[in-house]
Design a protein around this ligand. Structure first.
Ligand code: ATP
Ligand code: MG
Length: 732
């Protein structure tokens, strides 16, 4: 059956059917950019391009799966063939294939953020920077950003030497030590996956030419969030056929803190002078009111390509902005709105709650739990980061890669084997002094001074155990291998015994059971495609998972996530919460203009996820890490020209207290709810004029009569509290 392009508008069609050569689809949210990529791939396949010679890069594994699924629908039998991957997964595939060219071992381990932190901490100690190890996360991100910019340790050192800022020189030394350790462990961090692939393609002509020839078409979604390494990789791969299609929205670039460079998309036409540019303006996702609010916010950004979206949709509910006294009330208010929606026939899976920072999720969780509504948090503590799961995965890593000292030191004494801290230190010192991996130090334990004979015996036992496992897992599937590890390491028995004394042990056993189920499920899926999954493949799959990947949109539950993670997704009902100065935009008054613009883009992303209903909430006070802060409503609410319903009117209009979620008492010392002050004519949200400060908007009111005070945010950004009686303030 020929591909039906009737599901595309003329501009989308132009993108999908563009014959070849560079193509840029630059368009706002919800205009069908991702749809264009999918149809374009289907169209290429229909035109005879072999599916396996098309590379489609997406932002998450989940998006890649979704893309394959849609292609499969459009071109049966072809979905699985297309290389649809994230950048990292793609690089991993290439590096496994060509590991020898880079001197990597086949089963290189992929280190996650916590492994990175551990290695940076060790490197700092080695350099005599013990006192500063609390800064390890900062150095992890400096190193990661350097890799995003394709600066290896040596290049970074040269760059740092020229820098005035001495902390860069410290970072450079840490980077060198860290990289040495990483390499000795036969491990790659996330940045390395990209960096090493770029190095491979740059330095190895035959590999480069092979891939340049092989991929006939290259398509990249969410191109606005690519970093320099991804940019170079894309350009290199597309150099021969020049069939490169990038899709994105400069207004949705929200990952600059992770190295993304918005210039990549803005300068695509400079890089590819003959690029065809398609712009899409019709939005298919949201109601006109939602689009209007999104537009009013984003138009305040100076560095953007102007564009305005329109929709054929009509009507829709108005956007509701609500001020609440505090974060607990914010959560219970949302729960009441959810209840309302459910009574109108909506389902939980249609609802999503977004917040700026992970710490905000707790009050929503509590309120939802009290109300008995199912919810799921995306990107909270990942399953694979749990202690028992990570322990097991570290066993698996060591079995596959003995050089992985970080993982080996983790499992050395779990279950407890009587190899204590001091013994580990001696083993590690010996390894460091002799340029050995920890594993090799184990093998030479007889030569190490100061080890007790019982410790030596235990080290020998551990070596024997790991060698046995190594020999045993070869022919096993991933599930079989993990079961064998669990049994032979004594981990399972140990945890079982622990249940008598440790109340958490039972939960840990459940989690391990869940891990085994997950592996089996994954194996079954692969079996249907005629593939078998060995331990190495499984470890790689796990390492490359991103926060969003586990999200199952059909699960009957409210979804909670940060706005960052919501990029590319859509929900009928969205709660955008914590819209307060200082929180969203984060930092507010202290931010550089670029940072504020990024916060605004983030707000734009949040608003444009909503298909039908959008609620925006802000709390007058909020407890953050134990401290209570009084917050003004976010400037984004004002920019959207939406008036907040004050806490007081909400209280008056509130239905009978929600039966399952009683309203908590307001803490003492609460500021008086703002009340409209008719006598002066000032109202919350009204526009005012001041002879010296100019125009502004009333953000907050307190007191009454002679004591009436208003807090005004003037258009130049200044926020001032004024006693109305004395202030030369009038309504504008
Ligand atoms: P974002 O900027 O958020 O990534 P996008 O531009 O990639 O959005 P899509 O996710 O592809 O947009 O599409 C948004 C919604 O509009 C989806 O539900 C999609 O199915 C729908 N859609 C896109 N194009 C059309 C069309 N021509 N006809 C009907 N629905 C469409
Ligand atoms: Mg998209």
């Amino acid at each position: 059956m020929p591909l039906n392009l009737d599901h595309l508008n003329p501009e989308q069609k132009a993108g999908a059917t563009h014959l070849g050569g560079p193509l840029l689809v630059l368009a706002g949210a919800g205009t069908g950019k991702t749809r264009v990529i999918t149809y374009r791939i289907a169209k290429l396949i229909e035109e005879g391009v072999p599916a396996e010679r098309i590379l489609a890069v997406t932002f998450t594994n989940k998006a890649a799966d979704e893309m394959r699924r849609r292609i499969e629908e459009l071109c049966p039998g072809k979905g699985a063939l297309v290389w649809a991957h994230t950048f990292h997964a793609f690089c991993c595939r290439v590096l496994r294939q060509h590991h020898e060219a880079l001197g990597l071992q086949k089963h290189f381990t992929i280190y996650d953020a916590s492994d990175q932190k551990k290695l940076v901490t060790e490197s700092m100690k080695e350099l005599g920077l013990e006192e500063q190890t609390n800064k390890a996360p900062m150095y992890v991100s400096i190193i990661s950003r350097a890799k995003d910019d394709l600066l290896d340790a040596q290049s970074y050192a040269i760059y740092a030497a020229a820098a005035v800022d001495s902390s860069r020189q410290v970072a450079a030394r840490i980077y060198v030590a860290y990289q040495r350790k990483l390499e000795a462990a036969g491990a790659l961090d996330f940045g390395d996956l990209l960096l090493k692939t770029c190095v491979l393609l740059k330095e190895n002509q035959s590999v480069r030419e092979y891939y340049q020839e092989y991929f006939l078409h290259l398509l990249v979604d969410e191109y606005q969030d690519t970093n320099h390494a991804q940019y170079v990789l894309t350009k290199t791969l597309a150099a021969k056929h020049r069939n490169i299609c990038v899709v994105g929205d400069d207004d949705q670039s929200v990952y600059s803190w992770r190295g993304a460079n918005i210039r990549n998309i803005l300068e695509f036409e400079r890089d590819f002078k003959d690029a065809k540019v398609v712009t899409l303006e019709q939005n298919y996702r949201s109601t006109p009111l939602i689009l209007e609010a999104a537009h009013k916010v984003i138009r305040n950004n100076k560095s953007r390509k102007p564009k305005k979206l329109w929709t054929q949709k009509q009507g829709g509910d108005s956007i509701r902005v609500q001020e609440l006294p505090n974060e607990m009330e914010e959560a219970s208010w949302i729960v009441r709105r959810i209840e309302e929606q459910l009574s109108k026939g909506r389902s939980l899976k249609e609802i999503s709650i977004f917040y700026r920072t992970n710490a905000q999720s707790r009050s929503f969780e509590e309120a939802l739990r009290r109300a008995g509504y199912a919810y799921r948090i995306v990107g909270a503590m990942r399953f694979y980061e749990r202690k028992e799961i990570k322990d097991l995965l570290c066993y698996a890593r060591v079995v596959l890669n003995a050089a992985d000292s970080t993982s080996l030191s983790r499992i050395l004494n779990v279950p407890p084997r009587g190899i204590g801290k001091t013994s580990l230190e001696r083993l590690e010192n010996y390894a460091a002094a002799n340029g050995l991996t920890l594993w090799n130090a184990f093998l030479e334990q007889e030569k190490i001074p100061n080890l007790t004979s019982s410790c030596r015996a235990r080290v020998r036992e551990l070596v024997a155990l790991l060698e046995k496992l190594r020999a045993g897992v070869g022919g096993l599937s991933a599930g079989g291998a993990i079961a064998r590890i669990l049994e032979e390491s004594g981990y399972w028995t140990w945890l079982e015994n622990e249940t008598e004394t440790d109340p958490e042990a039972a939960g840990r056993l459940d989690n391990i059971q869940e891990l085994l189920n997950a592996v089996r499920e994954y194996e079954d899926k692969a079996k249907q495609k005629g593939q078998t999954i060995d331990l190495g493949t499984y470890l790689e799959e796990v390492s490359l998972q991103s926060d969003i990947d586990g999200l199952d949109p059909n699960q009957p539950a409210v979804t909670l996530m940060t706005v960052h993670l919501a990029k590319g997704l859509e929900y009928p009902i969205v709660f955008l919460t914590g819209l307060e100065e200082g929180l969203f935009p984060i930092g507010a008054g202290n931010s550089a203009p670029e940072e504020l613009e990024e916060e605004r883009r983030l707000c734009y992303v949040g608003i444009t996820r909503a298909r039908e209903m959008l609620y925006m909430t802000h709390a007058a006070t909020r407890r953050i890490f134990g401290q209570v802060y009084a917050n003004l409503p976010s400037r984004f609410i004002l920019e959207a020209q939406l008036l907040s319903q004050a806490a007081s009117s909400q209280a008056a209009a509130a239905p009978a207290p929600y039966s399952r979620a009683p309203r908590p008492e307001a803490p003492a010392g609460f500021r008086a709810p703002a009340a409209p002050a008719k006598s002066t004519g000032f109202k919350l949200g009204c526009r005012v004029r001041h002879p010296s400060f100019g125009l502004g908007q009333v953000m907050e009111m307190s007191g009454s009569g002679e004591a009436l005070k208003v807090t005004v945010r003037f258009d130049d950004g200044r926020v001032t509290k004024l006693l109305v009686r004395y202030a030369p303030l009038e309504r504008a």
